[in-house]
Design a protein around this ligand. Structure first.
Ligand code: ZN
Length: 319
């Protein structure tokens, strides 16, 4: 536990996920507000309780919980704060928390079609499906009390406002305090690893797939002016502007590496993914696929490559 600003305490909680421990933040403003909760596990719950106890607090003292995005390492313990604490997040967190049947079915159907059109073989598709179902078991059962959106001034924490920062997750928001340029960044910005711009299904009926890496880059550029970022994983980011410029440059570099790999071929996203991530794509198929498709979207946006459709399958070629 770590007091990182005069009224902000960072509490690091273990997770069973590959990403490692998560940072939650307690803001001691006019309300006692917890940003993110940690995953739904006994170990995480004990750890969070212990850390609050060291501050002379119980879970029942927390008055507001804000979630930065819908991933299970961030939201898993929300039931612990029911009913005394209000729960706020972007509205796109809601269908995950409520496990909305139609939404989950549409999402599943979207991935099935996407993976099939981009050349992912059936056994890998099944593996991804299994791990997604596994993740769903980490979702808690609770509804949001209200939604937060771009530009909202928090009436329970004066001086703080909401920045929508989609890209890593469609539901992602960050909290910004203008007086000292502090951003509670969730997984939008992490010092030691680049955030994956995870491919997600559209949330509205008939909408196109969001191009998550392009979105992510816009959300990064929105944060170039901040002074300090408190991240969902790892260290405090003391020079976020530099880190953001580095991330943007790395993405450009990676996109052109993909372009080189495409060469004069017509190649599917999945074949390109296997070529680039030959050692890890089997272990992490959905993350490596997202990474590949995101950079293909970027190259398309730059006018460097185009799609060709053959028998319902999508291939990419250089222009
Ligand atoms: Zn996340």
């Amino acid at each position: 536990m770590n007091t990182i600003a005069k009224d902000i305490v960072q509490m690091t909680i273990p997770t069973p996920f590959l990403v490692g421990p998560i940072n939650t933040y307690l803001i001691r403003g006019e309300t006692l507000t917890l940003i993110d909760t940690g995953p739904k596990s006994e170990e995480a719950l004990h750890c969070l309780r212990d850390k609050l106890k060291e501050l002379g607090l119980n879970t029942t003292d927390i008055e507001v919980v804000v979630l930065t995005h819908h991933h299970p390492d961030h939201i898993g313990l929300v039931e612990e704060f029911y009913p005394q604490a209000k729960l706020y997040a972007h509205e796109k967190v809601s269908p995950w928390l409520k496990r909305e049947q139609v939404f989950l079915e549409n999402t599943q159907a979207f991935y099935k079609e996407l993976y099939s059109r981009h050349g992912v073989p059936k056994e890998i598709r099944n593996k991804i499906e299994e791990s997604t179902q596994g993740y769903l078991s980490y979702y808690p059962d609770r509804e949001l009390d209200d939604f937060l959106k771009e530009g909202d001034q928090l009436n329970f924490l004066s001086g703080w406002s909401v920045l929508e920062t989609p890209g890593h997750a469609q539901s992602h928001i960050s909290l910004y305090r203008e007086s000292d340029g502090v951003l509670i960044a969730g997984d939008h910005l992490i010092q030691h690893i680049s955030s994956n711009a995870i491919i997600e299904a559209p949330y509205g009926k008939g909408e196109e797939r969001p191009k998550t890496l392009l979105q992510y880059r816009e959300s990064l550029k929105k944060c170039l002016h901040i002074n300090t970022a408190f991240s969902g994983h790892g260290d405090v980011i003391t020079n976020p502007t530099e880190l953001i410029r580095k991330r943007l440059a790395e993405q450009d570099k990676k996109a052109y590496q993909f372009k080189q790999m495409i060469g004069s071929e017509e190649i599917s996203c999945f074949d390109l993914c296997m070529k680039k991530y030959s050692h890890i794509y089997e272990k992490q198929p959905s993350l490596t696929f997202s990474e590949t498709l995101g950079h293909l979207d970027l190259l398309e946006d730059y006018g460097e490559i185009e799609q060709v459709e053959v028998d319902g399958k999508i291939f990419y070629k250089s222009i």
